[in-house]
Design a protein around this ligand. Structure first.
Ligand code: ADP
Ligand code: MG
Ligand code: MG
Length: 955
């Protein structure tokens, strides 16, 4: 065989290892690695993702030549366990597990206890001397096999699992509440009834032959890669369909063997807030999914020590070893069979942004990882979590005093969310689509709810713990969530939720407002006011002392390390002094884009602007401009003062003029009064300014060329303000930017106007200020002719919003829905208005950089489109050698971190290419080098498609 298709593990070693995730899936790589490092893992083997691809190419059938390999691998497991698959004496049972390259929690299906049939069950009973356990395993297997392999799992929300209906009936018949209370005879009856149900619904006999069961189960796992849930999840997370899943077949260990057995899941640190504590849940005498499914509320890991001190000790030890080995927080699954601990899964644990920052910083401080690794560990977008609002403390207290605190649950997703309560995921989607803000409340959630969960502000469940589905999804999506809120009960038919409170039951109906505090775990009636996050309180509001703000401190540390690593500078897009102040607090090293036209919309400013536009002669226009001059000068002076010596890029007027004009009759009348013109003239002028395609119309530098007096006024305002502030003893660094240039002569024309005014103002004021004149590169011709343009430019700033529109020939304002359908249909991988399209727009940028720098080596280069705050785009800007990125103030922390990651990854690449360079070894012996290697594997930004910024502000 050309390539190895099956990798065995067990007995303290493995053929695979953690480096083979692409082939073995995360789960397969994890069990192999754990076997290699001496943790107790049941033996088994993994069939590679390549076989999954072959399966699909083979018409959804396992290729014939795979089977002999499976049989051979099975023999090895038999040798290690001393049991035989299908043996009527001592049968080997296996689980058939799915595992993709990246974890897709609960998305794919797993079958447990495979290999049981009417004969082997008797052998299992005899060997274990536990008839109850054997039949419990068998009835579970029949149901799982029916659901997963024979596709009997209900498809519609309203339908119930056929096996659950039978189970429920059985419990009623025997008058018991819990599965565990069913007597053996009932379990035996269940097996018979489950098989009859299979026959009734599928018209086939339940397969008794273990090998036939195994092949069918392997095929079912491969098929599950393409089920609806998996597809939805892949879409949300940008996982390519062609990756495929691996299948791991593994000897069963049994957590349902009695009171000295159990199963659990745990995080080596708290995944919600990052605290360094063992965090998990377990159930005694239970198997597999029981914990995650939220059927019984599990016990906390901490409670283990009291009842099972030896097991608690083994677990603590495994926790420490896994963290030391993986040097990251792990999410593990374990099973205890008669007092022996087996590990079944390990992977880097999903965590909230809050936890990600804390864990990275604390691990670096404990020297478990390097600072560079810490910087690479945190997804830049996760920093949003630390900036997100929390409930206002006063409002919260008042609500509690008023008796509006309804219930408490487990804080699974920090932050504050308020919304109208809905009970079905479909409703969450529908309500959101019509502009409502919703909180999804359910008994529990399951993978098919994923889209609705994404639509909700947050979610609330009655059942399940911190490792339940709802909690996992909350951490991943960065949603606010409370789980395990046991005071809630639901009547889905009546669409109500009843909360049992100290004062008796309280009924909430669909559509009622609730507020959930995912940090404190409190559910509050009504819509509560929010307040800025700790970081914002310290940095922006200055209402909190840094010393008493631990979250802020970690945030600041991490960004401090990032700043040391990055080469790209970061600037902010800001038009006003208050925005500039925020930008500085978030680390801005300058302003990359001040949109002067935004200034005209302020109080008392739009009037003179309109007068300027409707002016019919140059004299009239100049008169109006004269009124605007002091206003603009004031604004610019404010910006210069706020930025204290840092560069400020000011763009001359850009949008089509009609955008400033009134559309309503009263507005027209007022403008007529103000200008002393007949209304008809004003209307005519508005008419005249109307454009069929304003985005490609009379805008940008074309305006300044038609009406040089506008550019003159703006330049004068800039330089007078600069002189004024310089006179106050402050450093001023204006950079005048001309928009929409596609031809050198355009910039030449406008640059000449600007420079002439500058000289005039300097002469008048007897003071010179250093300044530069540059252009935006935002039409393809500008990028292509960058060599010529650079001759008259001091700098380029890529206006990637317009450059994307003009490169694709797409008007973002007009075809938002088309864009959505393109994303849905995978025609575009990501929204090009969120993440730079490297192949097209990016190629134009590369050309512009190369030609611009060839003509003028010292040309300064930046970006000011909205992409400047998108991590993947920031990385691209780093790679093509820009000097800075500019983004909105609140995205600066993200840009700083993304810029540092880009630099560190580049460094890692460079080191990898020259492996014998001593620098590599001189660094931390294993730490840094390994970190760098891992850094190379970091994929692009996930979920960007979901972050479709619908902001329609024109840049
Ligand atoms: P998922 O990807 O949904 O977590 P898993 O393959 O991890 O699916 O399996 C589901 C559950 O079954 C987990 O709780 C896991 O620990 C348990 N499980 C899987 N294989 C075995 C096994 N060989 N012995 C005991 N429990 C198992
Ligand atoms: Mg698992
Ligand atoms: Mg533009």
């Amino acid at each position: 065989m050309a390539t190895k298709r099956i990798y065995s593990f067990g007995g303290g070693k493995a053929e695979g290892n953690r480096g083979l995730k692409d082939l073995l899936g995360g789960k397969g790589a994890g069990v192999a690695e754990m076997s290699n490092i001496g943790l107790l893992v049941p033996p088994g083997f993994t069939i590679t993702t390549e076989v999954c691809t072959a399966f699909y190419e083979n018409g959804k059938k396992l290729p014939k030549d795979v089977l002999p390999g499976v049989e051979a691998a099975l023999r090895k497991v038999e040798a290690l366990t001393g049991k035989r698959f299908g043996s009527p004496d001592d049968p080997l049972l296996v689980s058939v597990r799915s595992g993709a390259r990246v974890s897709m929690p609960g998305m794919m299906d797993t079958v447990l206890n495979l290999g049981l049939n009417d004969r082997t069950v008797e052998a299992l009973a005899k060997r274990s001397q536990n008839e109850r356990f054997a039949w419990d395993s068998y009835r579970r297997f029949c149901a799982m096999f029916g659901d997963v392999v024979l596709s009997m799992k209900p498809e519609r929300k309203e339908d119930r699992d056929p096996f659950e209906i039978i189970l429920e009936r059985k419990k009623r018949a025997y008058g018991v509440k819990l599965d565990a209370e069913l007597p053996v005879v009932a379990l035996k009856e269940l097996v018979g009834e489950f098989k009859a149900e299979v026959k009734r619904r599928k018209g086939i006999d339940f397969p008794e032959d273990p090998m036939q069961q195994l092949v069918a189960a392997i095929e079912a796992v491969f098929r599950s890669w393409d089920n609806e849930r998996a597809i939805a999840y892949r879409k949300l997370n940008g996982i390519p369909a062609e990756w495929g899943t691996a299948v791991t077949v593994q000897a069963m260990v049994f957590g349902n063997m009695g009171e000295d057995s159990g199963t659990g899941v745990a995080f080596t640190r708290n995944p919600a807030d990052g605290r360094n504590e063992f965090y998990g849940e377990f159930l005694v005498n239970a198997q597999g999914e029981d914990v995650v499914a939220g059927i019984r509320t599990p016990q906390k890991i901490g409670e283990l020590a009291a009842r099972f001190p030896a097991i608690a000790h083994q677990l603590e030890d495994a926790r420490a070893r896994l963290e030391r080995h993986y040097r990251d927080m792990q999410d593990i699954e374990f099973t205890i069979e008669r007092g022996r601990l087996y590990l079944l899964q390990t992977r880097a644990g999903k965590r909230t942004g809050l936890a990600a920052v804390r864990i990275a910083v604390e691990m670096a401080e404990a020297k478990l990882i390097t600072r560079e690794e810490a910087v690479l560990r945190v997804d830049p977008a996760a920093l949003n979590h630390l900036l997100r609002p929390i409930f206002d403390d006063g409002a919260r207290h008042r609500a509690i005093e008023d008796g509006r605190l309804l219930a408490r649950g487990l804080p699974a997703g920090p932050g504050a969310a308020a919304g109208r309560v809905v009970f079905f995921a479909e409703d969450a989607e529908a309500w959101k689509a019509r502009g409502e803000q919703v909180v999804l409340a359910r008994h529990e959630t399951s993978p098919e709810d994923i889209r609705g969960m994404n639509a909700a502000q947050g979610f609330l469940t009655a059942f399940g713990g911190m490792t339940s589905h709802a909690a996992l999804v909350a951490r991943q999506m960065g949603k606010v969530a409370i789980v395990g809120c046991e005071a809630l009960s639901f009547d889905y038919d009546a669409r109500t939720m009843t909360v049992s409170t100290a004062r008796g039951p309280k009924v909430l109906r669909e559509g009622d407002w609730i507020s959930i505090d995912g940090t404190a775990g409190e559910v509050i009636e009504g819509s509560l006011a929010t307040t800025p996050s700790e970081v914002v309180q310290v940095l922006i509001e200055k209402t909190r002392d840094a010393a008493s703000a631990p979250v802020y401190q970690q945030f600041a540390k991490l960004l401090g390390w990032a700043d040391k690593a990055r080469r790209l500078k970061v600037r902010a897009n800001a038009d006003q002094p208050d925005q500039a102040t925020v930008a500085l607090a978030f680390g801005a090293q300058g302003i990359g884009l001040c949109r002067t036209e935004h200034m005209f919309f302020g109080e008392g400013k739009i009037g003179p602007m309109r007068e300027m536009i409707v002016a019919e002669t140059q004299a009239e226009r100049r008169a109006a401009l004269a009124k605007l001059l002091p206003i603009q000068r004031e604004d610019f002076a404010g910006l210069f003062r706020a930025m204290g010596g840092k560069p400020v890029t000011i763009r001359t007027i850009d949008p089509p003029l009609h955008e400033f004009l009134p559309q309503d009759p009263e507005g027209v009348a007022e403008l007529a009064r103000a200008t002393g013109k007949p209304e008809a003239n004003v209307r005519a002028r508005i008419e005249e300014l109307h454009e069929a395609n304003p985005m490609l119309g009379h805008r940008g530098c074309r305006l300044g060329i038609s009406y040089p007096e506008i550019t003159e006024m703006q330049a004068r305002a800039i330089f007078e303000a600069a002189c004024e502030v310089a006179a106050e003893g402050l450093d001023v660094r204006p950079e005048v930017m001309i928009p929409l240039v596609g031809e050198k002569k355009e910039l030449d024309h406008q640059g000449t106007v600007v420079r002439k005014v500058a000289e005039a103002v300097f002469a008048e004021r007897g003071r010179k200020v250093k300044y530069t004149v540059g252009t935006m590169i935002e039409v393809p011709r500008g990028a292509l002719c960058a060599g010529a343009i650079a001759e008259v430019a001091d700098f380029f700033s890529f206006g990637t919003n317009d450059l994307t529109q003009t490169t694709f020939g797409i008007s973002r304002d007009d075809v938002g829905t088309v864009l959505l359908s393109y994303l849905e249909n995978d025609i575009y991988e990501v929204d090009p208005f969120v993440t730079i399209d490297r192949d097209g727009v990016g190629e134009l940028m590369r050309i512009a950089v190369a030609r611009g720098r060839a003509a003028k080596p010292q040309l300064k280069l930046g970006i000011c489109g909205e992409h400047g705050g998108d991590p993947s785009s920031v990385e691209f800007c780093h790679q093509i050698g820009l000097d800075y990125v500019s983004c909105s103030p609140y995205r600066l922390p993200i840009a700083r971190l993304a810029a540092a990651q880009a630099a560190l990854r580049e460094l890692a690449l460079a080191r990898a290419e020259k492996p014998r360079k001593p620098a590599l070894k001189a660094a931390a012996p294993n730490g840094k080098a390994r970190a760098m290697n891992r850094a190379l594997a970091v994929p692009g930004v996930k979920g960007s498609r979901k972050k479709k910024a619908r902001a329609h502000a024109r840049a």
